[in-house]
Design a binder for this molecule. Sequence first.
Ligand SMILES: Cc1ncc(COP(=O)(O)O)c(C=O)c1O
Length: 393
Amino acid sequence: MKLRSKLPNTGVTIFTEMNNLAARYQAINMGQGFPDFSPDDRLIECVHEALLGPHNQYAPMGGVPALREAIADKIDNLYGRRYDPELEITVTSGATEALNSTITALIHPGDEAIVIEPAYDLYAPVIRVAGGVPRYVQMTVPTAERPQFSVNWDAVESAITPKTRIIILNFPNNPTGITIGQSDLDRVERIVNAHADILILSDEAYEHIVFDGEDHLSLAGRPSLAERSIIISSFAKTFHVTGWKIGYCCAPPHIMAEIRKVHQFTVFSVPTPLQVGLAQYLNQYANTALLSPFYQKKRDRLAKGLADTRFKSLYSAGTFFLLMDYSTLSGCSETEAARALTEHHGVTAIPVSAFYDDPESDKANHNLLRLCFAKQDPTIDATIDRLVNVETL
Ligand SMILES: Cc1ncc(COP(=O)(O)O)c(C=O)c1O
């Protein structure tokens, strides 16, 4: 039987390839974004208690009410918008399912979605499976004067056509570590105000990891943007539980009603004990304000160590990723550099080119590798010990 693939060009992702390579060469895996330390014991206890209690049957489709309330409280406290837990918040199977259900619900065949590259690798395939067309806009690449990626809003505006349905934003950004400022939001506001039918999908999975005293600017915090935005976040990065796959999305009722139609036939609901435990943890113990200083120390430890190597670190304003430039060591492609670093030097990183539609193209290759610093200090130190000795790739 001949199958017609919906994603004919999608193979094994670079994350899987690099993880396999890391295992084969016993490299320190600074590639994929997950912590190598445990979550708060009290969170485990909350979920354990929920497992022992009467919380092991289907949760309501939109999520356990106590968790939706806790999410509404958190967003209200931090960003000043009160989402209605009943109609405007849905607990999802990670940010992944929130993104998938949102894109599936909102994109019709032939619709276009603007994706700002480098971009998290999920967006484009899901747009394609929905029959839509990703319209790529490249960020401005770092220079010696401005060693950070930045969004070219003129290019975003120019990419809009009558078929554009959504613009996908992701700040703090994976993989670049850039954040969004008030002037960016002003610009986004002007762009969408001129286009009545365009919605914004704002992936804020790293909302609680923003450095150097800056605040995360959620699109929930701007009424004119919140009215046409779907805000997506995840507990994975916030509470060091990437394996739990639990997140949420928030949107005005008429948008959320459509997203829930897909959500209910994708997973229906999310594991009840996780929801009950997280609700209790959020209400009693969680202090998300501690996360940024926690990760800032790790970012600084890694950046300080890199200063003694031939790699150059780029400034990371948020997330638990930092980019390092290897241009003084080699002119090879980023994929080749990542492979060589694992095979010959025992450190695994992810090529930033993997976050572009065409990873082998020139526009995707800027001699940059992404390191994840959600690692214990000895892991970061061991990475530096290896990188110090690298003279060529
Ligand atoms: C930008 C971004 N969005 C979404 C996700 C997926 O989050 P989750 O693990 O909650 O599905 C990730 C995970 O790496 C991410 O980096």
